[in-house]
Design a protein around this ligand. Structure first.
Ligand SMILES: NS(=O)(=O)N=C1NCCCN1
Ligand SMILES: [Zn+2]
Length: 260
């Protein structure tokens, strides 16, 4: 099933047919039951150290849009929390749904969030590539951040992104000078557990670090940012795809710009 997806015929309920790991011991996503979480005072804080110049491109992977980074050296890394040593930044991507009621992968006490950001890293201290690291139980570290809708304005913008990206499968565009740490909330408290990739091949090689504080997105913020961006692009005389999409975020002024 190369064409795995999220429909009835190729979605999570049938992934086990070609990806037996779907019935594995440490599959993600999970529902975080906060009352069952055990506080570990020995865990140090999470520490991200990202070099904005390491960003390379944004692409449509067919199931989401992915922003990829140069992971040929330790330019951008995450350390601390449950991790032993540093893990190298490889990419980030989002998961979202058709409406504000659900779309994130993990749940918290049964609660769905509308979207979830995954910042993906690999253990370059022990392994020579992402592919090799992904075969090992301590190979990957994914920082998960929940997105919530401020003042409950509908957040169809990410699904608009999906619709147009699906018509441009395989398309990519250069992306420069972006520090993904601005996507993080102010509070870095986290839950952590040993899990897996949440999409096929569902490899059980991910140390999940889920930040407790969601980041907020509102359509009003987005439309304001789109106007700002549109005028700045017109000023620079650059053609702008009318379907650009920002994701301005609570903890930074730099909008994330996605061309559709
Ligand atoms: N949603 S996830 O668990 O991060 N899954 C991923 N699969 C491919 C490589 C990056 N991440
Ligand atoms: Zn993901």
């Amino acid at each position: 099933m190369d064409n795995w997806g999220y429909a009835d015929h190729n979605g999570p309920k049938v992934w086990h047919e070609l990806f037996p790991l779907a019935n594995g011991e440490r599959q993600s996503p999970i529902d975080i039951v906060t009352k069952a979480a055990i506080y570990d005072p020995s865990l140090p804080p999470i520490n991200v150290d990202y070099d904005p110049s390491s960003v390379k491109l944004i692409m449509n992977s067919g199931h989401t849009f992915t922003v990829e980074f140069d992971d040929g050296e330790d330019k951008s890394v995450i350390r601390g929390g449950p991790l032993h040593g540093s893990y190298r930044l490889q990419q980030f991507h989002f998961h979202w749904g058709p409406c504000d009621d659900y779309g994130a992968e993990h749940k918290v006490d049964g609660r769905d969030y509308p979207a979830e950001l995954h910042i993906v890293h690999w253990n370059a201290e022990k392994f020579s590539s992402f592919v090799e690291a992904a075969q090992n139980p301590d190979g990957l570290a994914v920082l998960g951040i929940f997105l919530k809708v401020r003042n409950l304005i509908r957040i169809h913008l990410l699904s608009i992104c999906l619709i147009f990206l699906l018509y441009q499968d395989g398309k990519q565009s250069s992306f420069t000078n972006f520090d993904p740490s601005c996507l993080l909330p102010d509070c870095k408290e986290f839950w952590t557990y040993p899990g897996s990739l949440t999409i096929p091949p569902l490899l059980e090689s991910v140390i999940w670090i889920l930040l407790k504080e969601p980041i907020a997105v509102s359509s009003r913020q987005v439309w304001t940012s789109m106007q700002t961006f549109h005028s700045s692009c017109v000023l620079r005389g650059k053609f702008i795809n009318p379907l650009c999409l920002f994701l301005p975020l609570k903890s930074c002024n730099t909008p994330v710009l996605l061309f559709l």
